[in-house]
Design a protein around this ligand. Structure first.
Ligand code: SF4
Length: 197
């Protein structure tokens, strides 16, 4: 009877669960996380001038491949989306398409003041933030532009998080969006006052 039950059960589902259980056990989990942390492949996707800094990070001096970061042409083979600066409404649609095409597990780094809080375009009608279009950001890097060293630091921080090292970096988060929204509110109030006066 038990043999019959085994044969008629959903073997594929059971196998999936067994594999999932296995890869979530040490040391396989640690090996998987280590491999993932040093196989961060971002798609070629430049939205603004921070892209040149990303290019510098990938070039000889900083050599992104030393960090396991290999820019790749196909979104379906990548797992790290780097939002390189300003995200206009037009490019936001493309960013969302690229993000949705990327397989799980995937990570996002927002680079530059523009992707943090709008930067110099903070009160523009035409810029959006990654979180406003449903792209969850793991690491924010400040600066205008963000230097390649800062991007390297963000990559190292992300790698530590993937490998479960939260001892130092858990507190090291840059608050996303709040200042942008506060600015936006203040700006709206100022505009209202200006109209009234
Ligand atoms: S943060 Fe500065 S350098 Fe980067 S996209 Fe915005 S304006 Fe350009």
């Amino acid at each position: 009877m038990s043999d019959q039950l085994l044969l008629t059960g959903n073997v594929q589902e059971a196998a999936k669960k067994a594999i999932q259980w296995l890869i979530n056990r040490r040391p396989i989990k640690e090996l998987r996380d280590w491999g993932l942390a040093f196989s961060l492949w971002p798609p070629h996707f430049t939205t603004s001038c921070c892209g040149t800094e990303f290019g510098a990070f990938a070039a000889g001096r900083f050599d992104s491949e030393r960090f396991g970061v290999l820019p790749f042409s196909s979104a379906r083979q990548t797992n790290l989306l780097v939002i390189e600066g300003t995200l206009t409404r037009k490019m936001a649609r493309a960013a969302k398409i690229v993000y949705d095409q990327m397989p799980e597990p995937k990570f996002v780094i927002a680079m530059g003041a523009c992707s943090l809080e709008g930067g110099i375009f903070w009160n523009s009608y035409n810029t959006v933030l990654p979180s406003e279009i449903g792209i969850p950001v793991d690491i924010y890097t400040p600066g205008c532009p963000t230097r390649p060293e800062a991007l390297a630091r963000a990559i190292i921080q992300l790698q530590k998080r993937i490998m479960g090292d939260k001892s130092k970096n858990g507190e090291d988060k840059i608050k996303p969006m709040e200042s942008y929204e506060t600015k936006k509110e203040k700006s709206t109030k100022k505009e209202e006052k200006a109209v009234i006066s």
